[in-house]
Structure formats: C-alpha cells, structure tokens
Design a binder for this molecule. Structure first.
Ligand code: ADP
Ligand code: MG
Length: 462
C-alpha cells in the first residue's frame, strides 16, 4: 500500500471505493496532513494553495461523521462566493455518491429565500453557503444551528478580504460551542490568526509549502523601462508563448481595465475580471475563460483568488506581487497536475527590490532576460478556435449537458468534436463551439427545442 493511500484512513468502505472510482489514487499532501486531524475530531487550520484538494480534506470528514438518520443541519461550510459554494457542493456530492441518504444544500444569493427555506425544512444535513445568505436564513429563523457538529470556513482569507468578518462572527455565535471547526486558507495574513483565535479551539495547524511543487514552475523575469515598454513586453511574451489560457495579474482594477483594453485594441481576444463586475457578468467571464473561448484573462488578485480554473499554461505578473505569499499564489496557478508551467514577471527599476520575494520561496533565477524579439508582433493576435453560446435555460429547467449536445448535433450537420466544454448553471447554460459553426449553431438552438421547449440562445460576441 502506498504511504499516501486513502485506504489507511478509517473511512467507510463505500467512501473508499468511491474515491477509487473517482480516480483519487492517493491523498494530496494537504489531505494526507489534514484528514487524520479532521477524522480525529480536532479543530484544524490548514493552509495550502488553490487546487491542492482542500475540499475533499474537509468533505470526507463531514461525510465520515454524518449521522444519516438525523435530518437536521450537522455541518455548515462557509465560502466566499456563490461559485465557490457551488463547486464545494459538486465535489461533496461526488464524494458522497455511493453513500445513500446524504442531503447537501447550498444557500447562496441570487435565488429567492423561500425554496431554500423549504429545502431546509426537508432536513438538509450538510449546508454549504455564503455568509450573507446563511445570515439571512438565521435572521428569519429558517435555519437553526443547534444540531451543528462541524463548522468549516473555506477560503477564509478571501472571506475576510470581502468583508465577511462580522457576518462570520454572528454565524459562529449562533453555533453550539461544542463543535469541530476547520479553517482553510490559501494565504495566512494576520487577520486569519485573529479569527482563528476567536473561533477555533486548540487547533492543529497544517501547512503545505507551495515551494514543494515550485520546481514545476519555470520563472522568467523581464525588466522594463516605462509603462509603454511594459505593455510591449506583455504582448511579446504572449506572442512568444501563444498560450491557450493565460492569466495576467495587475495591481489595481484600473490597471486591469487599461491592460485588457489595450490588448483588445491590438486584436487579442481578452477579458477583464475585477471586483466591480456584476455577478452575472463575472460568471460569464469565467465560463468563457475556462472553456477556452478566451485565451487571455486580466485580473486583480482578489478577483482571481479561489477560482477553480484548470492548469493555465502561462501566468504573467504585469507588475510584481506585493508580497511573497501573493506571488506564490499567483504563479501556483500554472503548471498544475505535474506539468511544467511558466510564470513571467515584468518589473521596472523601482520594483526590482520586490523580486527578492520570488527567490525567497523558490529557487528562481531572477536575473533579467532580454525581451522576446519584437518581430513577434507581426504574428496574428491571440484568438481562440472556440466561441461561446449562451442559452437562457439551465438546471432549473432540467437541462443537462447531453441535451445541449443532442440539440446541436441532431440531423448530423455538426458532430460532437465541434463542441467544447458545456457549463450548466441554475438559470443559464453555456457551450463552447468551433468558431466556424458558432453562428449557425446558435441559430439552430434558437429555432429548435431543448427539453421540448423553445429557448433563447445567442453567440457571445468577441
Ligand atoms: P482547493 O480547494 O485546494 O483549491 P479542490 O478541492 O477544489 O482544491 O481540488 C482541486 C481538484 O483536485 C478538484 O478537481 C478535485 O476533484 C481534485 N482532487 C482532489 N483530491 C484529489 C485526489 N486525492 N486525487 C486526485 N484528484 C483530486
Ligand atoms: Mg477550495
């Protein structure tokens, strides 16, 4: 048996079998450190980067401990955003799929309260929600936490960044004092130790240094003179790498806007992600980037944190990060799953001192490289072969990915190779399609039927 095998944990056979069938061959490092503590019922502070498998590190604990005969809230997981809460619910349901009678409920904004209140009445056991919406239900007494045995704060750093501190304190004050509390965070600012002191009891701390897998990330550093040259350097790096998916980090949302606009002016297919976007627009940006319709996403740290985006081939720091943790976190988004990633950092003379942060936790050579040759600019701008169609119908309308595939490929004009990732949200769905057929496929969806009903479908321009 492998030393990091799940089999060595005292988990029910059905959970272990399911892990096997999910292809979870062994525990990730954070799971190996955290799960024994979680299963022993102790409080825990766990720090590891995005994509390291933190969800299963607590969800398996919740499932293990669940009393399946008791139809009342036993576990509450708080997450910063609706997307993250939904991702956690998906993963928890996947982990629970061979375990009968597990009721998982998400409590997030953007949907009315009464149906959620009804679902609560029916006996939800594991509740996954955003602090705001959970507080709403507590306020209306549609949710009671007296039966709670476990509280999880996921992405605690981001919840604090988003101003949920008071809300979390209120929720904690409504929870039984005798409970297990688990806190997960990708970074560890001082505020986290403060909240941990208030909310956790004798916690064990486990931390996976990102430097462990830092070796899989190649770092390159480019010195630039002024902002014009910075912009040029960005384009040259993009042109030299021609990534399928690249994330560009900027210091402020004004920079995010300006950089995205400028890349757009040069014909690149690019989107901006920052805190001012409406949830609906934010969802759409993320879908188009993650389904590879848009090769370049420009973002602030806060906006990009905690997003579950598959391995990116390139991360660019338009400016160096303000501290080592942020740097580590940013570049950790490339080179996941054992592949080598590339992280390029642009800096000017005044910012040069910030580069020591990169050498601190990584064995990186920070000497400046010459900029890629400028004739790269003669290449065509970055565009994706995919485009996204938005469909105004989703899970609430019982739409499943297969329905969308069926509707587009019916009649045999198109085949499924011309379709990319399909995302079904509660009220909308998105499908990536070969750009060449995108217009016609959108028209076909609009004129035909989905689940026996007419739907609105449109090609998202760009
Ligand atoms: P984090 O919360 O640390 O950002 P997630 O829990 O979202 O990370 O996990 C990232 C991805 O890794 C998910 O797609 C998840 O299904 C997968 N994963 C988690 N644990 C394992 C494992 N032990 N083996 C293989 N894949 C795993
Ligand atoms: Mg997570």
């Amino acid at each position: 048996m492998n030393s990091n095998s799940f089999q060595q944990l005292p988990l029910a056979a059905e959970l272990l079998q399911n892990l096997d069938s999910l292809g979870y061959a062994e525990m990730t490092p954070i799971q190996a450190e955290a799960l024994p503590v979680v299963l022993a019922g102790q409080d825990l502070i766990a720090q590891a980067k995005t994509g390291s498998g933190k969800t299963a590190a607590f969800a398996l604990g919740l499932l293990h401990k669940l009393d399946r005969e008791e139809f009342a809230p036993q576990a509450l997981v708080l997450a910063p955003t609706r997307e993250l809460a939904e991702q956690i619910a998906v993963e928890t349901r996947r982990l629970a799929r061979s375990t009968p009678n597990v009721k998982v409920l998400t409590l997030v904004g953007g949907t009315p309260l009464p149906p959620q209140a009804n679902a609560l009445k029916k006996g939800a056991q594991i509740i996954i929600g955003t602090p705001g919406r959970v507080e709403d239900h507590l306020g209306k007494n549609t949710l009671k936490l007296d039966t709670l045995t476990t509280l999880v704060l996921d992405e605690a750093d981001r919840m604090l960044d988003m101003g949920f501190q008071e809300s979390i304190d209120k929720i904690v004050s409504r929870s039984p004092t005798k409970r297990q509390t688990l806190l997960f965070s990708a970074t560890f600012p001082n505020q986290i130790s403060a909240i941990a002191k208030r909310v956790l009891r004798d916690p064990k701390t486990v931390k996976i240094e990102s430097a462990d897998d830092g070796a899989q990330i190649e770092q390159r550093f480019f010195q630039v003179g002024d902002d014009e040259e910075r912009m040029l350097a960005l384009q040259l790096v993009l042109q030299q790498q021609r990534p399928v998916s690249a994330l560009v980090f900027c210091a402020t949302k004004n920079d995010v806007r300006a950089v995205a606009e400028e890349l757009g002016r040069h014909g690149h297919s690019v989107l901006a992600l920052h805190g001012d976007l409406e949830q609906r627009d934010r969802d759409q940006v993320l879908v188009r980037f993650s389904n590879k319709s848009i090769p370049v996403l420009v973002a602030t740290d806060v906006a990009a944190r905690g997003l579950d985006i598959d391995a990116l081939d390139l991360v660019i720091n338009y400016q160096p990060a303000r501290d080592p943790e942020v740097h580590t976190h940013r570049i950790g988004r490339t080179g996941r799953a054992g592949e080598t990633g590339l992280a390029c950092t642009l800096y000017n003379k005044r910012e040069a001192y910030k580069l020591t942060i990169a050498t601190k936790s990584f064995d990186a050579d920070t000497s400046a490289l010459p900029l890629p040759p400028s004739d790269l600019l003669k290449q065509p701008p970055l565009r994706s072969p995919w485009a996204t169609i938005a469909i105004e119908s989703g899970r609430k309308n019982k739409i499943r990915p297969g329905d969308i595939v069926g509707a587009i490929t019916a009649g045999g004009e198109y085949n499924s190779d011309q379709l990319g990732k399909i995302t079904v949200q509660s009220l909308r769905s998105f499908v990536a399609v070969d750009r060449k057929i995108a217009k016609a496929a959108a028209a076909k969806l609009s004129s035909g039927k989905l689940k026996g009903r007419k739907v609105k479908a449109r090609l998202i321009a760009g």
